[in-house]
Design a protein around this ligand. Sequence first.
Ligand SMILES: Cc1ncc(COP(=O)(O)O)c(C=O)c1O
Length: 471
Amino acid sequence: MLRLLDAHPGEALHTRVARSLRDAVTRGLIPDGTRLPGHRPLAARLGVSRNTVVDALTQLQSEGYLGVRGRSGTVIRVPGPAAPPPDAAAPPLSAWATRVLRGQPGLPAGGYAVDFRVGQDVPELYPEAAWTHALAHRAGEAGQRAGRHADPLGPLETRRAVAAYLNAERGARVTPDMVMLTAGTQAALDALARVFLEAGRGAVVEAPTYAGARAALAATGAGVWSVPVDESGLQTDALPDADATVVYVTPGCQYPTTATLPAPRRHALITWARRRGALILEDDYAADLHHTGRAPAVLQGLAPERTVLLGTFSKVLAPATRSGFLAAPREVIRILAATRTLTDRGPGTLDALALGDVLASGAYTRHLRRSRPIIRHRHEVLLAALADHLPQWSARPASAGLHVYVPLPPGWRAAAVTGHAASHGVALTPLEPLTGGGHGPAVLLAFAHLPIDALRDGVQRLGVALRSPPA
Ligand SMILES: Cc1ncc(COP(=O)(O)O)c(C=O)c1O
């Protein structure tokens, strides 16, 4: 009836005895009220010492598996039904989880000779030494501060550094009390979506757009309007004649078409948002990744009272630390800080302090000065190779970012192109339905993570695979 279960690595013997007895009880092998033998006989049966049995029974007693009945001594107490009912169903999912899972893409398969898909790490371009130095430098202080509750917005010195960077480099109008550190843009969107959206409300996105943003907004049950983009980004004259709570945009480098929103459209968007009472969520994901001249200033600088600026360091600094920020009107910050007490309660102190140092010390700027020419060169090589091998494709030079957008010529379909490319060892990202429709067939080619030889080899393979439109 009772046997010792196999040991888990590192498990103490009395814990193993307790687990074995608990397992027998919960599986219904020992009925409620069964009298336990004395310590010595039980120890002998299990081949352990009496003290081990005493320790195990003390633990089970505290958990409620043992009781005392009259003079019969210690008896087993079965805390619930002996075994789960055979048809016990898993708890039902929430409407939120169901919506999220419905939009979830399948797991990407690997094994390509050249992988142009977007969303790849570029480890050789991360400032590992500067980041490691900042972590080491701040470790002692973070250790001391770990004993106290932290500010849900993040350490003030880091928010100062973020505000200074935004004002100097991005043309923003931000003070440190308008900044909240986040675990990246996806986390920021999730927090904003939960605060401002629900079924019966509306959000506006660009079409096509960043699938992660659209999914986060739609997961709340809100209706999502898709407004088409052209070569100049969001077509502001197509904004809906209806109230919306938020409008998510990528004016600096439209995702995924890479267009830059010109000034007249920026002002038209702000006017529309003011009239409709909508908050503008400006995703500045390609902020420091422009390929020519200076990056356009953020829209936030034109309407700080209406805009939440979303920034991420996932692409250029340290993706796995999940470091990002948002800069928002103070009233929005107050609500986000208050509601954060029910989610992650704030960023981790060490990473946040290190981020502040990397920004304030100039290491971030120096890192960009080194990495941007490498990225720019890879961009040029990719475009030149595409012009050589696929002249019928009109790949668009990207103003910024880590990928090139290729609208496919008439008669071409993204899924067929991706399939043919895969059969020649090349992976591409097709534009998916989740991006909001309203666009012709197109594929994306990420380039910054690939060495020059791989870029050329990949495009040559594509040329062979796609001389003519695939059936
Ligand atoms: C347009 C855009 N916004 C936001 C993100 C997400 O950034 P994070 O990693 O900070 O969640 C990405 C990531 O690929 C992106 O492409």
